[in-house]
Design a protein around this ligand. Structure first.
Ligand SMILES: Cc1cc2nc3c(=O)[nH]c(=O)nc-3n(C[C@H](O)[C@H](O)[C@H](O)COP(=O)(O)OP(=O)(O)OC[C@H]3O[C@@H](n4cnc5c(N)ncnc54)[C@H](O)[C@@H]3O)c2cc1C
Length: 372
C-alpha cells in the first residue's frame, strides 16, 4: 500500500516538478523519482529566463503566459527567487529595426506586452544597454528571471511539505509498464505515469525516442561573479541574433534580410548556433550564453573560442562593471527538428513528456495544466 500512487513522475527537472505540482494540487497522491541525488539536468543549467516573448502567438504564447503566472504565484507561496524584470531586444542594424517594427505591426492583439523605445528610453530599463549606434529597442514586460539553482530544490521541498508529494532521489527507474514502475529493487504502482527524463532517451521506451527523431542540443554558458555595489541589470538583454532564434519572429518577412546580414558579416556565429542573452540571478551574477550544437552524441568538452565569440557579440550591445568570468559550463536539452515537444502515450496511461528544447522553464506549468 505504501508504494501505491495516483500519479508517478520520472525526473525531478522542471517538467517533472510542474506535472507533480499540478497533479498534487488537483488532489492526487504523487510520487517523483530522480536518478541523481539532486536535479542536475538542463533545469539547473540554464539562464532562468521565462521568455514568453520568444513563443509564437496562439497556444504556445498562451501556455507561456500561464506558466509565467504560476512562477509568480510560486514566488509568493514557496519563496522561490523569481524576478519580474522584463526584457529588451536591442537593434543596431537597419535589418534588426525592420524585424522589430514588423513584429510589432503584426502582433498587435496577440497578447505580447511590447513597446518600441528610443535609446534614451531603453537605458531606463537597464544600465547595461550600449547606446552607441543603438537605433531602436523593444521592451517586453512579460519576462521573468528565476534563479533555478535555488528554485528547483526549493520547489521540490515545497511540493513535499505542502502537497505531501513523495520524492525518491538516487532512484533510477529502469522499468515501466502500465500501472507499475520499478528501480530494479522495488516495485511502485501508479494509475498514471509521466516520464520526464530530459536527455535520457536510452532507458525507458528507447524505440519511441528513436522514432520521434529526437536529438540533443549542447549549449555553452558562462557567468560572472556578483557585480560590485549591488549593481542591477534590470531587464534581460538580447539583440539581433536572438530575433533569428525564436519562433515568435519566424513569420516576419524582414527576417530574411537579417539572416543575410549575419551570414555575410558574421558567419562564424551561425556555424555554432550562437545567439546571445544576458540575465542576472538573485546572487547578482550575470549569466551569459549561448551556443547550439546539435547531434545525438555530444562531447563533454567546451570550446573556449565559442565562449569568446559569445562574449564578443555581448560586448556589441551590453556593458557592465565586472566582466571577469567566474564559471563556465554546458547544458544539454532534447529537441525534435520541426516540433516544439514530444507528448506521447507510450502505453496505457503512461506518457512521455519531453523535447521542449530551450523553452522548458517557459512552458512547463502550462503544458502540465493541459496534460493532467
Ligand atoms: C544552457 C541552457 C539554457 C537554457 N535556458 C532556458 C531559459 O532561459 N528558459 C527556458 O525556458 N528554458 C531554457 N532552457 C531549457 C530548459 O532548461 C529545459 O527545457 C528544461 O530544463 C527541461 O526540463 P526537464 O525536466 O525536461 O529536463 P531535466 O532538467 O534534464 O530533468 C530531467 C531529469 O530526469 C532525470 N531522469 C532521467 N531518466 C531518469 C530515470 N530513468 N529515472 C529517474 N530519473 C531520471 C534526470 O536525472 C534529470 O534530473 C535552457 C536549457 C539549457 C541546457
Amino acid at each position: 500500500m505504501e508504494n501505491k500512487y495516483d500519479v508517478a513522475v520520472v525526473g525531478a527537472g522542471i517538467l517533472g516538478l510542474a506535472i507533480a505540482y499540478v497533479a498534487a494540487k488537483r488532489g492526487n497522491k504523487v510520487v517523483v523519482f530522480e536518478r541523481s541525488t539532486k536535479a542536475m539536468g538542463a533545469s539547473v543549467r540554464n539562464f532562468g529566463l521565462i521568455w514568453p516573448i520568444g513563443q509564437p502567438s496562439g497556444a504556445a504564447l498562451n501556455q507561456a503566459l500561464r506558466t509565467r503566472t504560476v512562477w509568480l504565484q510560486l514566488a509568493q507561496e514557496a519563496g522561490l527567487p523569481v524576478e519580474a524584470n522584463g526584457s529588451l531586444h536591442l537593434a543596431y542594424q537597419e535589418e534588426e529595426v525592420a524585424v522589430l517594427e514588423e513584429f510589432m505591426a503584426t502582433t498587435r492583439d496577440a497578447g505580447y506586452q511590447c513597446t518600441l523605445l528610443q535609446p534614451d528610453e531603453a537605458v531606463k530599463f537597464s544600465p547595461a544597454v550600449r547606446t552607441e549606434g543603438l537605433k531602436l529597442a523593444m521592451h517586453s514586460g512579460t519576462e521573468l528571471t528565476v534563479s533555478t539553482r535555488q528554485a528547483i530544490p526549493l520547489l521540490a521541498d515545497y511540493l513535499q511539505k505542502t502537497y505531501k508529494v513523495s520524492f525518491h532521489y538516487g532512484t533510477a527507474i529502469t522499468h515501466v509498464q502500465p500501472g507499475f514502475l520499478s528501480d530494479f529493487y522495488e516495485m511502485y504502482s501508479a494509475e498514471r505515469i509521466y516520464i520526464c527524463g530530459g536527455q535520457d532517451f536510452e532507458t525507458l521506451y528507447p524505440a519511441i525516442f528513436r522514432e520521434s527523431g529526437i536529438t540533443r542540443c549542447k549549449l555553452q554558458m558562462m557567468r560572472t561573479g556578483k557585480q560590485p555595489n549591488d549593481w542591477k541589470l534590470g531587464a534581460s538583454l538580447c539583440s539581433g541574433l536572438t530575433m533569428r532564434h525564436y519562433e515568435a519572429f519566424a513569420h516576419c518577412g524582414s527576417l530574411a534580410a537579417l539572416d543575410a546580414y549575419f551570414e555575410r558579416e558574421m558567419p562564424e556565429f551561425g556555424r555554432w548556433g550562437i545567439h546571445v542573452m544576458l540575465s542576472q540571478n538573485a546572487q547578482g551574477h550575470l549569466v551569459i550564453g549561448d551556443s547550439h550544437e546539435y547531434g545525438l552524441e555530444q562531447t563533454p568538452f567546451n570550446q573556449e573560442d565559442v565562449n569568446q565569440l559569445i562574449l564578443k557579440y555581448l560586448k556589441s550591445f551590453a556593458d557592465f562593471p565586472d566582466w571577469e568570468i567566474a564559471e563556465t559550463w554546458h547544458g544539454i536539452y532534447p529537441t525534435i527538428p520541426g516540433k516544439t515537444k514530444l507528448v506521447q502515450e507510450a502505453a496505457n496511461r503512461v506518457w512521455i513528456v519531453n523535447g521542449l528544447s530551450g523553452a522548458g522553464l517557459t512552458l512547463s506549468f502550462g503544458i502540465a495544466e493541459d496534460l493532467i
